[in-house]
Design a protein. Structure first.
Length: 255
């Protein structure tokens, strides 16, 4: 059974002590690949550097909405340089986060729109972070449009009506550990409504560990718990869920 993790942060400090062991598990668990996600300019460079070291790691380059207020004016020029490396498969994570408001709304929207237009110009898929900002994010995405391959709303946290709107735009819905939380009935409805063909699986490790390991550091192999839960929700064979979500990821990111 092949697996994929479309959203990880393996270059974060939480993995400093045992990264080699984490990477070795990717082979033993038959991972197709992992997308290592950048959250600002320097962090994106780190994500890329790590991806260059390991065959099954790829990366995205982006500025998270929390970091929008600190984004250098010439960040797109740096991204153009990083894009020369074939290990870069997406732009992001970028988007809007009105929950913690670590950057002003106007700056978040400005930096998000710049990255969206850049993704269209270079025709790279988009990894989008949205929290408590679905209306504004949808307005920007629908107005500006998406790159050819679309993108993914990572760690989706809205209801099924919003999910369908983003699917109609040409985006996948990113499903991770929270699908396994006993009270997350809304996300289960999202999975039923959008169907396996519109889902990407992810961990967001080291965060959002699934229920069996909740409270611990998340890591790519725990994406299996996400696969198992989706299989239960959709009454599908676990291997079929795993293989379909790998193919969805391959279709979007083309590693």
């Amino acid at each position: 059974m092949r697996l994929v993790d479309t959203h990880a942060h393996l270059h974060f400090h939480q993995f400093e002590k045992d990264l080699d062991q984490i990477i070795k598990k990717l082979d033993s668990h038959k991972f197709a690949f992992v997308v290592n996600v950048g959250i600002d300019v320097e962090d994106s460079k780190k994500a890329l550097a790590l991806s260059e070291k390991y065959e099954k790691l790829y990366c995205s380059i982006g500025i998270h909405p929390h970091e929008a207020g600190r984004a250098p004016e010439d960040f797109l020029h740096t991204f153009e340089e990083l894009l020369k490396n074939k290990k870069v498969v997406a732009i992001g994570e970028c988007g809007l986060d009105y929950y913690r408001m670590l950057s002003p709304k106007e700056l978040q929207r400005e930096v998000f729109e710049k990255q969206l237009k850049f993704a269209k110009d270079v025709d790279m898929p988009l990894i989008v972070h949205i929290r408590d900002a679905y209306e504004d994010a949808y307005e920007i995405l629908s107005r500006v449009g998406l790159p050819t391959n679309g993108g993914v709303v990572h760690a989706f946290s809205a209801d099924e009506e919003w999910a369908l709107k983003f699917v109609e735009l040409g985006m996948y819905i990113g499903i991770g550990g929270p699908i396994t939380y006993p009270n997350n009935h809304t996300l289960r409805r999202v999975v039923r409504v959008v169907g396996i063909e519109n889902i990407l699986i992810e961990t967001d490790c080291p965060y959002l560990a699934p229920q069996p390991v909740r409270g611990k550091r998340n890591e790519p192999i725990y994406v299996r718990f996400v696969v198992e839960e989706i299989a239960k929700i959709l009454d599908m064979d676990i291997e079929d869920v795993a293989e379909t979500t790998v193919k969805n990821a391959e279709e979007l990111f083309k590693p």
